[in-house]
Design a binder for this molecule. Structure first.
Ligand code: VGL
Ligand code: ZN
Length: 202
């Protein structure tokens, strides 16, 4: 068992990011056995859940004439417009049935404000609205984070980079993640992860 200063953060292992889902990540469900196996080794375990209202501004359907995977400009910067996904209370927003959720200490939801997306488990995409996860981890005395989940190049990368900026020691287990890889986003995310001081391990 790892010390109580170390937390496992499992990002968005939800039906919509797995094969058959609205924003399916290739092989998204293949990481689940590894993620399940990691849980017992960590004293602190957090799951995140992408949790959008049906009219969320990150959905292409919320923008007249916009195609999914196009990019638009929001008040807080560039934003990819996604197929509608992880709508609050929908089957797509539920955790994958094979993911062990009972061992989790905390399930933190993000992206619930219609006007701003939230890739990171720590801050929304305006980079200033906190989710509260930092306070939770610090008050529990956590200093080191291991991140796994979906998708490597969006929610995992944003979370890991924010965590490193906040001063946590951060490791991403690449084999326990899968990427969307939109227009080179995986290579870009990996370069940014390394630049932020995030450790990438298999
Ligand atoms: C994610 C795109 C939109 C993710 C969430 O979990 O990586 N990507 N919403
Ligand atoms: Zn989302």
């Amino acid at each position: 068992m790892r010390p109580t200063t170390e937390a496992l953060i499992v990002i968005d292992v939800q039906n919509d990011f797995c094969p058959g889902g609205a924003l399916a990540v290739a092989g998204g469900d293949a990481i689940i056995p590894r993620v399940n196996g990691l849980m017992d080794g960590f004293a602190v375990k957090v799951l995140t859940q992408d949790w959008h209202p049906a009219d969320h501004s990150s959905f292409a359907a919320s923008h007249e004439g916009a195609e999914p995977f196009s990019v638009t400009e929001m008040s807080y910067g560039a934003q990819v417009l996604w197929p509608s996904h992880c709508v609050q209370g929908s089957k797509g927003a539920a955790f994958h049935a094979d993911l062990r959720t009972d061992p989790a200490d905390l399930i933190i939801r993000k992206g619930f404000r219609a006007a701003v997306d939230s890739y990171s488990a720590f801050f929304e995409n305006d980079h200033e609205t906190p989710t509260g996860l930092e306070g939770y981890l610090r008050t529990r005395g956590v200093t080191d984070l291991t991140l796994v989940g979906l998708a490597t190049d969006f929610c995992v990368a944003y979370s890991a980079i924010d965590a490193a900026k906040l001063g946590f020691n951060v490791t991403v287990l690449e084999d326990a993640c899968r990427a969307i890889d939109l227009d080179g986003s995986l290579a870009k995310a990996k370069a940014e992860l390394r630049a932020a001081g995030v450790r990438l391990e298999a």
